[in-house]
Design a protein around this ligand. Structure first.
Ligand SMILES: [Zn+2]
Ligand SMILES: [Zn+2]
Length: 133
C-alpha cells in the first residue's frame, strides 16, 4: 500500500490517500467539459475512509443524468477542482488526478460520455469506451 499526497494550485487544500483506487475514469460529458474548461476530466475514486483532507473547500451540487446528487469540491482560494461525491456512492470520493503530487500510477480504466467528447480531444482507443455512462 502506497501513500499518495496532493494539493491544489495555491496549497490551501491538501490531502493524503492510503489504499488503492477503486476505479479510475476519464469523462468527456458536457458537465466535465465546462467544469474543467478542457475536453475531459480524469478522476480516481477511493474509499472516503482512506482519504484525509486538510483545508476548506467550497462545493457545488448538481443532479446527474441518473438523478443522483453530485457534489463537487473546489479550492475557494485558487479555484482548483479537487474532489467529487455522488449520493449513489456515499462511501466513495473522486479525486481529480492532476492534484496529486505524483500521478504516474494513474491509468484510466474506462472512458465515459464519448458521445459528448469534443473532436479536438483525442483518446487512446485501447481503453474501454462508453458513449454515455
Ligand atoms: Zn488553492
Ligand atoms: Zn463527466
Amino acid at each position: 500500500m502506497t501513500n499518495k499526497t496532493g494539493h491544489c494550485h495555491c496549497g490551501a487544500v491538501h490531502f493524503e490517500v492510503t489504499g488503492e483506487p477503486l476505479r479510475m475514469a476519464q469523462c468527456h460529458c458536457n458537465a466535465c467539459r465546462r467544469i474543467t474548461g478542457t475536453g475531459h476530466n480524469v478522476q480516481a475514486f477511493f474509499r472516503k475512509s482512506d482519504v484525509v483532507i486538510h483545508g476548506m473547500t467550497s462545493t457545488h451540487d448538481s443532479v446527474s443524468d441518473k438523478g443522483n446528487t453530485r457534489t463537487r469540491h473546489f479550492c475557494a482560494v485558487c479555484g482548483s477542482r479537487m474532489f467529487s461525491e455522488n449520493s449513489a456512492a456515499p462511501d466513495a470520493i473522486g479525486i481529480a488526478v492532476g492534484e496529486f503530487d505524483d500521478s504516474s500510477w494513474f491509468k484510466p480504466q474506462v472512458i465515459l460520455y464519448n458521445a459528448e467528447r469534443p473532436a479536438w480531444d483525442p483518446i487512446d482507443s485501447g481503453i474501454d469506451i462508453h458513449e454515455f455512462m
